[in-house]
Design a protein around this ligand. Structure first.
Ligand SMILES: *[C@@H]1O[C@H](CO)[C@@H](O)[C@H](O)[C@H]1NC(C)=O
Length: 208
C-alpha cells in the first residue's frame, strides 16, 4: 500500500518536473524579454534593472553571461558620466574648501570605481564561450571582487557627503547621481552572482 503510494508520488513528481522543465524551455524560446524580466527578479532594484537592460535584449538573448556583461556595461557608462559630472562641479565658484575636498575624494573614488568595472567587464568578456573552463571559478571570483570593490568606492564617495557641511543643492545633485549609479552597480553584482551560481549548478549536475 505505502509502496504504491510512494511510487505514485514519485511518478507525480516526475510529471511535475517534466512539465516545469518543458514550460521553462518554451517560455525561454518564445520571449527574450521574459528572460530579462525574470532574471531581474534576483536584483534589489528590479524596475531599474529591466529598464536598463531591455534595450540590449538582442545581444543578451538567453545568456546569463551576456546579461551580466550588459549590466556591467550599463553600470560602467553610468559611472563614467557620473564621474564627469562630479569633476565638472569640483571647481565651481564659491565652493568651500571642505566641499572641494569632499568632491576631490569623490572623484578619486568614482574613478577607481570606473577602473574596477572596466576590469570586470573585460574579464567576463574574455571568458568568452569558454565559460566551461577549469579556471571559471578563478575568473569569476576576480569579477565578483572587482564589482564589490566598485560598489565600495561608490559608497565611500557618498560618505563624504553625509555631513551637514555641504551646500544643499550641490550635495543633492551629486548624491542623487551616485545613488543611482550604485543601484545599477548593485544590480550588476546580483546578475554576476546569478551567472556564477547557475553555472556552478550546471557543472555540478553534469558530474557523474
Ligand atoms: C559590452 O561592451 C563591450 C565594449 O563596449 C561591447 O563590445 C559588448 O558588445 C557589450 N556587450 C553587451 C552584452 O552589451
Amino acid at each position: 500500500m505505502t509502496t504504491k503510494l510512494g511510487f505514485s508520488l514519485l511518478f507525480l513528481n516526475l510529471i511535475l518536473y517534466i512539465a516545469a522543465t518543458a514550460e521553462s524551455a518554451v517560455s525561454k524560446r518564445s520571449n527574450p524579454t521574459e528572460f530579462i524580466k525574470s532574471s531581474c527578479k534576483s536584483t534589489l532594484y528590479q524596475t531599474l534593472c529591466v529598464h536598463c537592460l531591455i534595450g540590449y535584449a538582442n545581444s543578451i538573448r538567453q545568456s546569463e553571461q551576456q546579461l551580466a556583461i550588459a549590466a556591467l556595461n550599463v553600470s560602467l557608462s553610468w559611472t563614467q558620466s557620473c564621474a564627469s559630472f562630479v569633476k565638472k562641479n569640483t571647481n565651481i565658484r564659491g565652493i568651500k574648501p571642505r566641499e572641494h575636498r569632499a568632491m576631490q575624494d569623490c572623484v578619486a573614488n568614482i574613478d577607481s570605481s570606473v577602473d574596477s568595472l572596466r576590469q570586470s567587464a573585460r574579464e567576463l568578456h574574455l571568458m568568452g564561450n569558454n565559460a566551461i573552463s577549469e579556471k571559471f571559478d578563478w575568473h569569476m571570483s576576480n569579477v565578483q571582487t572587482w564589482v564589490s570593490a566598485a560598489l565600495t568606492y561608490q559608497s565611500t564617495c557618498l560618505d563624504g557627503f553625509a555631513g551637514p557641511q555641504m551646500d544643499g543643492k550641490l550635495k543633492v545633485a551629486i548624491r542623487g547621481r551616485v545613488i543611482s549609479v550604485s543601484q545599477v552597480t548593485s544590480n550588476a553584482l546580483a546578475l554576476v552572482n546569478r551567472f556564477a551560481s547557475r553555472h556552478q549548478a550546471t557543472t555540478l549536475n553534469k558530474k557523474p
